[in-house]
Design a protein around this ligand. Sequence first.
Ligand code: PHE
Length: 373
Amino acid sequence: MSAQDNSTEIETSISAAIAASADLATLEDVRVSALGKKGSISALLKTLGGMSNEERQEKGPAFNQLRDRITEQIAARKAVLESQALSAQLASEQQDMSLPVEADPLLSGRIHPVSQVMDEISAIFADMGFDVAEGPDIEDDFHNFTALNIPEVHPARQMHDTFYFHPNDEGERLLLRTHTSPVQIRTMQAGQDGAGPPFRFIAPGRTYRCDSDQTHTPMFHQVEGLVVDKTTHMGHLKWTLQAFLAAFFEVDNIAIRLRPSYFPFTEPSMEIDMQCRRDGNQLIVGEGDDWMEIGGSGMVHPKVLAHVGIDADDYQGFAFGMGIDRLAMLKYGMPDLRAFFDADLRWLKHYGFVPFDVPGLSGGLSNKALAGK
Ligand code: PHE
C-alpha cells in the first residue's frame, strides 16, 4: 500500500481557483501557483524522486495525469475568459457612421484650362469635319522654316526668337518649334503616301519662343488649321473662323475683321481680329466696336504646296494659327497669362475643370455650371 499524499486536496483547490478566476490575469496567477517552477503540482512531481521504485510506478502516472487535467482546465477557462473579453470590447467600442466621408479624389483633381480649351476647340472643329493632327515639339529647320517658305534672312530665324539645340553629329541644329505651322507640312507629307488632298485638319499644341513678359511666356499654345482642296477660297476661311469663334464663345454671332498682314507661308496673309467691347477691366466678346487680335491666317502659299508635292494649279487652301492661351483667358476671364504655368494649386482649383467634364457640343460646350467648382 502506498503512502498517503495530498494530491486530491491540491486538485480540488486548484480546480476551484480556476473556476473562480474572473479574468485572465487572475487565471494566470493560478496557473503559476500550480504549474510554475515553485507551484504546488511541480512540488508534488518533485516528491517522485524520493520514492521507492514501486511507489513511483504508481504515483508517477497519477501525478502526470493530474498535471494534464489541470493544464486542460486552465486552457478551457482561458478560452471562456477570452471570448468574454472580446464580447465586452465589441459591446463597448462603436463605429460612428455619421462621420463625413472624404471627398472623392477623382473630384478634387482639376483639368488645366488650357487642356479644357484644347478639348473644346477640337470638339468644335471635329463637328465641322476636321481631323486633329499632331507633330513633334522638337523640330528641324526644314519643317519649321524652309518648307514654310521662311527665307534664311527672316527675323523668325534669329537666335532671339528661336530656342536652338546644340548641333548634332550631322551638324544639324534642331529647335523647339516656334509655331504649329510645321504640322501643316508633316501632315501633308504623310498624306502624300496615302490619301493625299483634300486636307482638312487642326493641330493644337505647344510652341516655344525666347520671349517672356506679362503677355508672353517662353512656352505657349497654338492651334493651327489647314484646308486644302480644289476650290477652297477666302470666303471659306472667313466663315470657318467666324463659326468657330461663335461656337467657342457660345454666342449667336461674332464679327471678325481680316486685316492685311505678312506671313511667308500664306499669300495673301491676314491678321484675325475679333469684335469686342471693353468695359473697365472686362472684355466682352461679340459686341461693341473694338477689335482684339487672336491670330494669323491666309491662303496657303503655292511654294508651301510645292514643298509637299501638291500641284498648286490643281489645289489651293487656307491656313490659320491662333493663340490658345489668349482664347482661354478671354473665355474664362483669367487676367494673367503667367499664372497658367505657375502650377499654383489654388489657381488650378479656382480656374480648373472637373475631370470627365468632357466638352461636347450636345451637352453645352463648357458646362459653365461646373466650371471653377
Ligand atoms: N504660324 C503663324 C504664327 O505663329 C500663324 C499663322 C498660321 C499665320 C497659319 C498664317 C497661317 O504667327
